[in-house]
Write a protein that binds this ligand. Structure first.
Ligand SMILES: *Cc1c(COP(=O)(O)O)cnc(C)c1O
Length: 967
């Protein structure tokens, strides 16, 4: 290497380069970009973009964003915003509690890219670690609730309750349209259920007294929802009520608290049908409302219509236990509008954390934490009684007391705030106090001092620590064991815990090891500097229902992020409340529906969806009571305009909307998109543009400008929130001017609008919003635009380089793709029996996560490299694909049998390769080291090809008996 000449003296400005982050986010540098452009046959990036993107949709003007700044400057600016949040000690409860995230979990999971950059575990073989953690989560939920089966997370407790309503309606014999809610549910749960019930004609009856409850249960109903312990803290035995509900052929849905269930008789033991709740207090900070993993458990008969992801145990080709996603035929990507829910991205990372909290503490540790909370609550209660405030409800409680404070309520709450404490104001003249793991003796004494009159003697902890150790009624004290599986009883030293966490992440392939070129999923850089702020106490330790004056930092973050996203999308209004793309779709369709209703056109109920749409689109349409009409795509993969015209004419009077994806799920910029929007508008319909592919648009084109009325974004795709192994996500819903009044409100948090809450918390997964803020702030307009252009360049480079080996299925007018390309493998089925899945699994042997498999076209792979991948990594992937093509050729030529070749037998485990007998027509070396670089660094799949059918036939979704792993 030549020594580089001394650098010329640079200006101060150049030395303080404020655009330092842009090249760090973008993989290929300028030289590499030139090489790639040459391979595509384009003189410049501009020339490529001109030929890729139709002129007709180009932005009218650049995005108006603050100029890029450095990592350090962005962190400093965000810190100033964060410090406008006031971190008070919150005793608000209402579903959100203080918790200590064990350090070993914080650093090695929440802050560890091996966990947070992983994708949803569709490729089972490279996801065994996170699926084991999810099976632990499921086991934890089934054990604590006393139910037979639980899924791998829900978006939040309120949406879980709404999903439970939908599950009950599908499953029970009762044909009633009425659901009864106990008035003592968390108010946000009531609100989200009401939002969900309204468009599908479910009548919601809220019972605010025993009389109303008894009367409601005497009438007809298909389900009733109970909170146990109640939102006010009250604990009652619901056994007889559940029987009464069952007598009506209806379902009993119970919202509950996992920590309480370590001490309370679980709902499963009094025959509940569906149990939901939130695992937040198992180690996830409150984060102003999310992300947290909610859960759902149900009776065995309902399992085939359970919403959300479920991890099951199956076997691999060698007969060893292996995890994989179970019963996928329930889900939106297969069942579409008949799916059990629209949930796609869920809350995997928070579920992993909650499960690890249980692994770390074990049953004894959890019980001790719960007993301490219960005991402090009893002590607090006795002290308050001494001061003249008796807990309202029958003296039963786990962690929450509600006091009838009448007209002193506001004054007491204000006094609490002045002492640095938040209490919950409820039902106008009550104060509720919830204790948690973080509560100290000093906190209890402080609360007493708030309630004490001038001169009144304060009780002491010692004096009040007499009498019953908790306020849990004798008859409801838990007698059954839980978490007896060894996994919850083994890793209790930090060393053991650290190694357990590491052993799981070592099994998985995440972005910290290789590119994950998943079409439609945009697995790009999740920069460390973007992740740093999410655990700042100013963001993490905030209760979502703290007084607005304490949430000023979040308000500013919300406002700025919405302004910037409006710039990126061309829309007039945005809500960040939906906590996944699917939820953004749901909120967007609610807006369209409410708009039509507001104009006396409630009859508009037809939703056109092209056949290539993502499964969440039809599933979301079904949720709001729209009728899905599928329209065809033409031979080039574009929306068939003739077919669409016919559909518009046929359904003109009842047309509610169309849902399109742009650029299309085929990875192409359709040139007729403007025309398409005009056509739908001319029939009175609105245009929903699924924004999952915004990574091909930001800075170049804006859906709000070219004819879209509503979009959702996936901040966990385009805007750098990591996938977390399948969540959390954020799915902002964006609308044009006349739909702004129909964005979701949040009455529970004081924001009353025509459409109610779609998430439990007003800002949804608030705590991960700083990630997208940091990204936009560091990139600015030039960075974001270059990112988009580079994403398009990278996809076109792969498409061009693979052309001779694997043709790209669809291309635009000039033969180019957008930000992803569908690699066509369909002809190999006939030529040699090789399927796209075999190529996907063989890629694992080469150290890659497979591209998107069989979406949107069966038996193809969809490759989306994103802008973050360098030329080196792209070439490594291309070389792997070319080498695989040569392996296919061997099978085609008959040199290797169709059913015994490196593709069919992939992935190859070390164990299989080291076995004494090897009787395949190719060598072990070919199996393990098909390209030389693998000899230096190799990812070994921990299991062989997983048998999906076996797992669904023999459904098992809890921790595997330990001896199953021994030979
Ligand atoms: C990812 C995706 C969705 C769903 O988003 P989630 O955040 O997973 O709910 C919808 N449409 C398309 C095209 C997608 O790629």
């Amino acid at each position: 290497m030549l020594m580089s000449p001394p650098a010329p003296v640079a200006s101060l400005e150049a030395l303080e380069n404020s655009q330092e982050f842009i090249p760090r986010h973008i993989g290929p540098d300028a030289d590499e970009q030139q090489k790639m452009l040459a391979a595509i046959g384009k003189p410049s990036l501009d020339a490529l973009i001109r030929d890729v993107m139709p002129d007709s949709i180009a932005r009218a003007r650049p995005m108006d964003l603050p100029p890029p700044i450095t990592e350090a400057a962005a962190l400093a600016e965000l810190k100033a915003i964060a410090s406008k949040n006031q971190v008070l000690k919150s005793f608000i409860g209402q579903g959100y509690y203080g918790t200590h995230t064990p350090g070993v979990i914080l650093r090695n999971i929440l802050e560890n890219p091996a966990w947070y950059t992983a994708y949803t575990p569709y490729q089972a073989e490279i996801s065994q670690g996170r699926m084991e953690a999810l099976v632990n989560f499921q086991t934890m939920v089934t054990d604590l609730t006393g139910m037979p089966i639980a899924n791998a997370s829900m978006l939040d407790e309120a949406t879980a309750a709404a999903e439970a309503m939908a599950l009950a309606r599908r499953s029970v014999k009762s044909r009633s349209h009425r659901i009864v809610l106990a008035g003592d549910l968390h108010p946000q749960t009531i609100e989200v259920i009401e939002t969900r019930a309204r468009p599908i004609g479910i009548e919601v009856v809220i019972a605010n007294s025993q009389q109303e409850w008894d009367a409601a249960l005497a009438g007809d109903l298909f389900a009733a929802v109970i909170q146990y312990p109640a939102s006010s803290g009250w604990i009652v035995d619901w056994k007889a009520d559940v029987q009464a509900i069952h007598a009506k052929q209806a379902a009993a849905i119970v919202a509950t608290d996992l920590l309480a269930l370590t001490l309370l008789t679980p709902p499963g033991e009094w025959d509940a049908d569906i149990v939901v709740g939130n695992s937040q207090r198992f180690g996830m900070p409150m984060g102003a409302g999310g992300p947290h993993a909610a859960f759902m458990a149900c009776r065995d008969e309902y399992k085939r219509s359970l919403p959300g992801r479920l991890v099951g145990v199956s076997v691999d080709v060698h007969g060893k236990p292996a995890y994989r996603l179970a019963l996928q035929t329930r889900e939106q990507h297969i069942r579409r509008e008949k799916a059990t829910s629209n949930i796609c991205t869920a809350q995997v990372l928070p579920a992993v954390i909650a499960s690890m909290y249980a692994v770390y503490h074990g049953p004894q540790g959890l019980k001790r934490i719960a007993q301490r909370v219960a005991r402090l609550t009893a002590i607090l209660s006795r002290g308050l009684a001494r001061l003249g405030f008796s807990a309202h409800h029958h003296d039963t409680a786990f962690d929450t007391l509600s006091l009838h404070t009448r007209d002193a309520t506001d004054a007491l709450a204000a006094r609490a705030v002045s002492r640095g404490v938040n209490l919950r104001k409820a039902w106008n003249e009550y104060l509720c106090i919830s204790l948690d793991e973080t509560t100290t003796r000093a906190d209890v004494e402080l609360i007493w001092s708030i309630f004490a009159q001038e001169g009144q003697a304060l009780p002491t902890i010692e004096a009040m620590d007499e009498g019953p150790t908790s306020l849990i009624p004798e008859s409801l004290q838990r007698s059954t064991a839980y978490l007896s599986h060894p996994v919850f009883n083994t890793h209790h030293s930090e060393t053991a815990m650290l190694r357990y966490i590491r052993s799981l992440s070592d099994k998985d392939l995440a972005l910290d090891r290789s590119m994950i070129p998943l079409g439609s999923c945009t697995m790009k850089l999740n920069a460390t500097s973007e992740m740093i702020p999410i655990t700042w106490p100013e963001f993490a330790d905030i209760h979502p229902f703290a007084p607005a004056s304490q949430l000023q930092g979040y308000a500013e973050l919300d406002q700025q992020l919405r302004d910037w996203l409006c710039q990126a999308t061309g829309y007039a209004g945005i809500s960040l409340q939906p906590n996944a793309g699917s939820q953004g779709e749901y909120a967007g369709l609610l807006a369209i529906k409410a708009f039509h209703e507001s104009r006396g056109q409630a009859h508009r109920n037809i939703c056109l969806i092209p056949s290539s749409a993502h499964g969440t689109n039809p599933a979301s349409a079904q949720m709001v009571g729209l009728q899905v009409v599928v329209t065809q795509c033409d031979d080039n993969g574009n929306v068939d305009m003739a077919d669409l015209k016919l559909a518009c004419e046929k359904h003109s009077a009842n047309l509610a909307c169309i849902m399109i994806t742009y650029p299309s799920t085929h990875g192409v910029f359709e040139t007729q998109v403007k025309e398409l929007c005009q056509l739908v508008h001319s029939h009175g319909g609105r245009v929903y543009v699924d924004g999952a592919n915004m990574n091909a648009l930001v800075g170049l084109a804006a859906p709000g400008e070219f004819g879209g009325d509503v979009s959702h974004l996936n901040l966990h795709k385009t805007f750098c929130i990591p996938h977390g192994g399948g969540g959390p996500g954020v799915g902002p819903v964006c609308v044009v001017e006349d739909l702004v009044p129909f964005l979701p409100g949040h009455a529970t948090a004081g924001d009353v609008r025509q459409v109610g809450a779609v998430s439990a918390a007003p800002l949804g997964n608030a705590a991960v919003l700083p990630i997208s803020w940091m990204y936009i702030r560091m990139m600015g307009e030039p960075g974001l635009k270059l990112a988009t252009e580079t994403a398009i360049l990278n996809a076109n480079y792969i498409s061009a380089r693979l052309k001779e080996h694997f043709p790209t299925l669809y291309a635009g007018e000039y033969g180019h793709v957008a930000h992803e390309c569908i690699v066509d493998l369909r002809h190999f089925k006939d030529s040699c029996g090789v399927m796209a899945e075999d190529v996907a699994k063989r890629l694992i042997d080469y150290g890659f996560h497979a591209p998107t498999l069989s979406f949107p076209v069966p038996n193809t792979l969809m490759v989306e490299p994103t802008e973050s991948e360098s030329l080196y990594e792209l070439d490594r992937f291309i070389e792997a694909m070319i080498a695989i093509r040569a392996e296919i050729a061997e099978v085609e030529a008959g040199r290797l049998p169709r059913d015994d070749n490196p593709l069919k037998n992939a992935p190859h485990t070390a164990e299989a390769l080291l076995a004494a007998d090897w009787h395949h027509g190719y060598s072990r070396e070919t199996a393990a080291y098909p390209v030389p670089a693998l000899r230096r660094a190799k990812y070994w799949s921990p299991v062989g090809r997983v048998d999906n059918v076996y797992g669904d036939r023999n459904l098992f979704c809890s921790c595997v008996p330990m001896d199953a792993y021994e030979d």
